[in-house]
Design a protein around this ligand. Structure first.
Ligand code: SF4
Length: 91
């Protein structure tokens, strides 16, 4: 993301961040505004990157744990907190 791996510059994410498919990619598309046609396309692009990521679960767990309110994490465009919490069995 703006970042090599979005998490690395924000906070330590653990060794799994080395395997993140977004590593080395621009973070812009992961934080696009879905209310615009361009933003919608960029979010779709971000989700596509996540599709091939082997650490989606870890990413999603971290995002839920951190209470992320915006952005694409683990293949989900937040805000989807309720859905992701249910999916992770933590709420
Ligand atoms: S799931 Fe998506 S945002 Fe999370 S580490 Fe993988 S590629 Fe990056």
């Amino acid at each position: 993301m703006v970042w090599g791996v979005r998490f690395v510059e924000r906070e330590p994410a653990g060794a799994w961040a080395d395997d993140a498919a977004c590593r080395g990619k621009s973070g812009v598309v992961f934080f696009s505004d879905r209310r615009t046609p361009r933003g919608k396309a960029e979010v779709a692009e971000a989700k596509k990157v996540c599709e091939g990521c082997t650490v989606r679960r870890e990413c999603l767990e971290l995002a839920v744990h951190n209470g992320e309110r915006f952005g694409v994490w683990g293949g989900y465009a937040f805000p989807m907190a309720a859905i992701t919490r249910r999916r992770l069995g933590v709420g």
